[in-house]
Design a protein around this ligand. Structure first.
Ligand code: HEC
Length: 136
């Protein structure tokens, strides 16, 4: 009994150290949209975010031409990495823990925009994409 509890506590501590699951809770989609939009001096646009997220792009890796390559076109459903690992839904309505950890959001925007667009997303683009994903 005691041993099990220790093991659980250890797993919890490791999960916390690794920043997983997204429970850091230092921000929210709303806050991030406001921050990115202020940085870019623009109003966030759901339509622009949708076009960027759902569109096909060149300039990045040929095997990931779109955000939907992994996140799929149905953002309320579970997606998958190219290796087949599940990715929780991106739509805020389907997954309220989305966009609550600013370090996580920054890391994946950097990585995924580079894969798909061959460059980092601008602050304006991030505001648009988060506005779109929060509207679903
Ligand atoms: C190669 C597969 C892949 C592609 C392509 C991809 N993503 Fe992701 N994305 C992931 C994985 C894996 C995660 C991390 C796991 C998770 O959050 O469920 C993630 C997480 C994210 C997150 C963090 C979400 C959060 O809760 O903090 C954002 C934002 C994001 N992706 C945006 C994008 C955008 C925008 C594009 C297109 C420019 C894109 N992704 C393309 C695989 C991908």
């Amino acid at each position: 009994m005691k041993g099990n509890f220790r093991k659980l506590a250890l797993v919890g501590a490791l999960a916390a150290l690794a920043g997983w699951p997204a429970a850091a809770g230092d921000t929210s989609a709303r806050q991030l949209i406001a921050q990115f939009a202020a940085q870019a001096h623009t109003q966030p646009s759901v339509a622009r975010g949708k076009a960027l997220f759902m569109g096909r792009h060149t300039g990045g890796k040929p095997e990931t031409p779109s955000c939907t390559t992994c996140h799929t076109q149905n953002l309320r459903a579970t997606g998958h990495t190219r290796a087949g690992k599940a990715i929780e839904p991106m739509a805020l309505s389907a997954n309220p823990s989305r966009f609550t950890d600013s370090a996580k959001v920054a890391k994946w925007f950097r990585r995924n925009c580079k894969s798909v667009l061959g460059r980092e997303c601008t602050a304006g683009e991030k505001a648009d994409i988060l506005a779109w994903l929060s509207s679903l």
